[in-house]
Design a protein around this ligand. Structure first.
Ligand SMILES: Cc1cc2nc3c(=O)[nH]c(=O)nc-3n(C[C@H](O)[C@H](O)[C@H](O)COP(=O)(O)OP(=O)(O)OC[C@H]3O[C@@H](n4cnc5c(N)ncnc54)[C@H](O)[C@@H]3O)c2cc1C
Length: 416
């Protein structure tokens, strides 16, 4: 079934009785060409591009919960491509380009909203660093604008520009950045993959990976063994646990990141704003709630919930930046498990085990990467060769030292 205005009208006139389920609920086949472990954004996008770009449709996505129950349905929905390092810039720009055409590609309304992403600066040196990043972006063909304090004031009324401690000196704006409705991304990719014949196996946990003579043979699941020629791991926060089933130890730590949403209010912030003097970012959802977040919690964890010290930090930053937020009630708070890599950048690569591929290390920023990640992961699974856009995201960089350290924070996962 194709979604369109005409279809909507037709269904309205026939009592909305003819809608069909958005995807099938198949039983696992004994064997597939390719199995993707993890029905998050990255796993589902990979399945879609495997089918669409490479004609590989004998694919199963194996998900332990329901589709979108992981970070893809828990994030703060921000997309952007405002990176400094070439190894990142072109990859994330490709992602943004795919976001721009996504809804047409998958015939699904993902509410892609290019409302801009504004990084605030609070000192001259920070403005210099933003100018450098903005120039690097422009040289790579990516849009960026360095705004003066007056331009920021005009763009975001309600912002506490003149805080005694951290006055706003300006900002770096990427106008093509913005937000996308996160769970619609999971649903849209799932539907598109399903329509091309991909089996989506929900409530099916991978509990083992069968490897013989250095080659992957398939996965043990809670619904039995499923054979496959190729297995791609896209388990985000659980990557270390899943890779350990094949005897691999990853340069990844798992940490909790929290997010918050307020009660719905009239339009108050029509862009995405990030604080430069603390870790805080905020946007307003189409329902009216302010959606915001901050730093990861202070220790490694697999818990999908957060701790009070970070709640306090985030609330303090919120009120520093937008004093009016102190008048709002907060509705919900939740956590997701982040796969934090040692240099803050992802891994899309083969593994030493033949037929086993790895996609992880997304840290805070994997949602915006979803389309390009799926695109490049599908490429390496289909061809055996890394995609040029993800050439800097190989696993061996941790041995060679060719790190992709955007923040320059060094080999400490929790700082990225
Ligand atoms: C609070 C929060 C805010 C964020 N904000 C942003 C943001 O604004 N912008 C941005 O770019 N990024 C953001 N991120 C990061 C982004 O959400 C993640 O990097 C990205 O979603 C990870 O990829 P994924 O969608 O494939 O992960 P997930 O949705 O977590 O998918 C992985 C899936 O693997 C499944 N799985 C795990 N183990 C097994 C197993 N053994 N068997 C079968 N299935 C298994 C899980 O159930 C899960 O569904 C945020 C994350 C959080 C938590």
């Amino acid at each position: 079934m194709t979604y369109s205005a005409l279809a909507l009208l037709r269904h309205a006139f026939t009592g909305n009785k003819a809608w069909t389920p958005v995807w099938r609920f198949p039983d696992p086949k004994p064997c597939y060409d390719t199995i993707i472990v993890g029905g998050g954004g990255h796993g589902l996008a990979t399945a879609h591009y495997l089918a669409k770009e490479h004609g590989i449709t004998d694919v199963a996505v194996v998900e332990k919960g329901y589709l979108g129950s992981g970070n893809v349905g828990r994030n703060t929905t921000i997309i952007r491509s405002n990176y400094l390092l070439p190894g990142n810039t072109h990859f994330y720009e490709h992602s943004l380009t795919l976001w721009e055409g996504l809804e047409r590609d998958i015939n699904y309304n993902a509410m892609v909203s290019q409302r801009g992403v504004l990084n605030l600066c609070h000192s001259d040196s920070q403005r210099d660093a933003y100018a450098r990043r903005g120039n690097a972006m422009r040289l790579a063909g990516v849009d960026s604008d360095l705004l003066s304090a007056a331009e920021v004031r005009a763009m975001v009324p309600g912002l506490n520009m003149d805080s005694v401690r951290f006055p706003v000196k300006g900002g770096l704006l990427q106008r093509r950045g913005g937000t996308v409705r996160h769970d619609a991304v999971a649903w849209g990719y799932a539907r598109a993959a399903d329509q091309r014949g991909v089996d989506l196996l929900q409530n099916t946990e991978v509990i083992g990976i069968r490897v013989e003579h250095g080659r992957v043979l398939g996965v043990e699941t809670t619904r039995g063994f499923i054979g496959a020629k190729r297995v791609g791991l896209a388990a985000a926060g659980n990557s270390s646990r899943v890779a350990a089933m094949a005897g691999l130890r990853l340069p990844i730590e798992s940490h909790v990141l929290q997010a918050f949403v307020s009660e719905a209010v009239k339009p108050m912030i029509d862009t995405v704003v990030t604080y430069g003097a603390g870790h805080f970012y905020v946007s307003q959802s189409d329902k009216g709630g302010l959606v915001f977040g901050g730093d990861i919690d202070g220790y490694n964890s697999y818990a999908q919930r957060g701790n009070m010290p970070v709640v306090q930090d985030v609330m303090e930053f919120a009120v520093q930046l937008f004093p009016a937020m102190s008048r709002l009630r907060y509705l919900r708070q939740w956590g997701g498990i982040m796969d934090m890599s040692m240099d803050g950048s992802p891994i899309i690569d083969r593994t030493p085990i033949e037929g086993l591929f790895l996609n992880c290390g997304w840290c805070y920023g994997g949602f915006k990467a979803t389309p390009a990640s799926g695109w490049c992961f599908a490429h390496i699974i289909a061809t055996g060769q890394p995609h040029a856009l993800a050439a800097a995201m190989r696993l061996d960089r941790f041995a060679t030292g060719a790190l992709l350290d955007e923040k320059g924070a060094g080999a400490q996962a929790n700082l990225h």
